[in-house]
Design a protein around this ligand. Structure first.
Ligand SMILES: [Zn+2]
Length: 421
């Protein structure tokens, strides 16, 4: 059996045939060169309007990289023609195995893009003896196609989040879909300002916005402002709620502040009680190590230690998330805030003021808890951070964006006759 037979099974073209296959060995190693020619009497297609046209002339031979076989690089060799199109003039022909000026065949690009979901881009490039740039091109094409073909109907719940991009203080705004039937990254904005988030709504469009039932956010003011403004628009029925995961994050930041300040005060008196105490007050009790448990018990011994009182406040707030009835949850919240205000611990008082200011949005969480996938934001946020961290080497925001859509966008893939991987 010849290689041509295999090629005709996995990748057959209507107007082109495989003429011959040669094995070449040079300094770059082995490669298979597959010469492709037009089927006799077939006419070339204009690459601008897709019409069949009469030929004009021929250009030089081009190489297109195809899926490697047995660790051997495979290239299609083809002499491109130009057509004389009545509508577009003299134009290069379209070929079914590649797009425009791309060196990679479409099949190979999808192949690399698929692997780049399983491995890092660098690993993908190494595994297939190709360059990082080619993997990047392949993934970009896959993402571009996926974004153009994704289904945006039936989005009823979304979450907005800010994420630190790159070392320094650059933030991105990301919007997730958090429906039970579909959890994915929907949109990325290059900032975390009001203007940036307004762009999301422009992209979403009125009709899809009216379909929204829930929107989840943190306490970042520009987002709160935009959501409040949007919610007032005619025909909008969405309920705004604050995400549990973000409240927990803020609560931990408050505790950390209390601990750091107090540790400094004690250290100046020569007491190292709060040394190594950071994680034992930040972690949930069930996640503590034995050592951390002992440390916590030590802190408990010292009455009036601010850190320990703040810790108790934080832990008791967990009770809020257990409520089913918004009315009872509201009572709990008010009581908790009063306790925190009386604690005379400034970071906890600040937390209480914040929670009071957003009371309704917190109670909306209790109302929505059964309807949407509320854990989703945290899960997506963690995955996103991991991808962003991995993409630090990317240097450009464009590459980071592509990586995020590629790993978290749940983008559709072009249907192909033969699955190469
Ligand atoms: Zn044309």
């Amino acid at each position: 059996m010849q290689l041509k037979t295999v090629l005709n099974r996995v990748q057959k073209f209507k107007s082109f045939v495989y003429k011959d296959v040669k094995l070449l060995e040079d300094t770059g190693g082995l490669s298979l060169l597959v010469t492709v020619v037009p089927r006799s009497n077939s006419r070339a297609v204009c690459s601008r309007c897709d019409k069949k046209c009469s030929g004009y002339d021929q250009l030089g031979e081009r190489r297109f990289e195809f899926v490697p076989l047995w660790g051997i690089a495979v290239f299609f060799l083809y002499v491109m023609r130009r057509v004389n199109c009545p509508d577009c003039g003299v134009v290069v022909e379209a070929v079914p195995w590649a797009n425009g000026k791309h060196q990679l065949t479409t099949t190979y690009a999808w192949f690399l893009a698929k692997w780049a979901q399983r491995l890092s881009w660098k690993e993908t490039a190494e595994a297939f003896h190709t360059s990082w740039d080619k993997v990047f091109t392949a993934v970009s094409q896959a993402v571009e196609w996926g974004l153009a073909h994704r289904d945006l109907s039936d989005i009823t719940a979304i979450g907005v989040d800010e994420v630190l991009w790159h070392r320094g203080h650059k933030y991105l705004t990301v919007v997730y879909q958090i429906d039970e039937h579909c959890k994915r990254l929907l949109w990325i904005g290059k900032d975390r300002t009001t203007i940036c988030f307004m762009r999301f709504w422009g992209w979403l469009g009125q009709e899809r916005a009216r379909n929204l039932q829930y929107i989840c956010s943190d306490m970042w003011k520009p987002y709160l402002k935009v959501i409040a403004y949007k919610a007032k628009k005619k025909g909008m029925k969405m309920v705004h709620l604050l995400d549990r995961f973000h409240i927990a994050k803020n609560m931990n930041m408050a505790i950390d502040k209390v601990r750091a300040t107090e540790a400094k005060e004690l250290a100046s008196q020569g007491i190292d009680l709060l040394k190594n105490a950071r994680w034992c007050v930040l972690k949930r009790p069930e996640n503590l190590t034995e050592k951390q448990e002992t440390k916590l018990a030590q802190l408990e011994q010292r009455r009036n230690l601010k850190t320990f009182r703040a810790y108790l406040l934080k832990e008791s707030f967990q009770g809020f998330w257990e409520y089913v009835s918004p009315a009872w949850a509201g009572k709990f919240l008010d009581k908790w805030c009063t306790r925190a205000m009386r604690s005379r611990i400034e970071p906890m008082k600040k937390m209480a003021r914040q929670l009071r200011n957003h009371r309704q949005l917190l109670l909306n969480w209790i109302k929505a808890r059964e309807s949407i996938s509320l854990g989703a934001v945290e899960g997506l946020n963690n995955r996103l951070k991991l991808t962003v961290r991995k993409s630090y080497g990317f240097r450009t925001l464009k590459a980071t964006e592509i990586a995020l859509y590629h790993t978290m966008g749940q983008l559709p893939e072009k249907p192909i006759a033969h699955r190469f991987c």
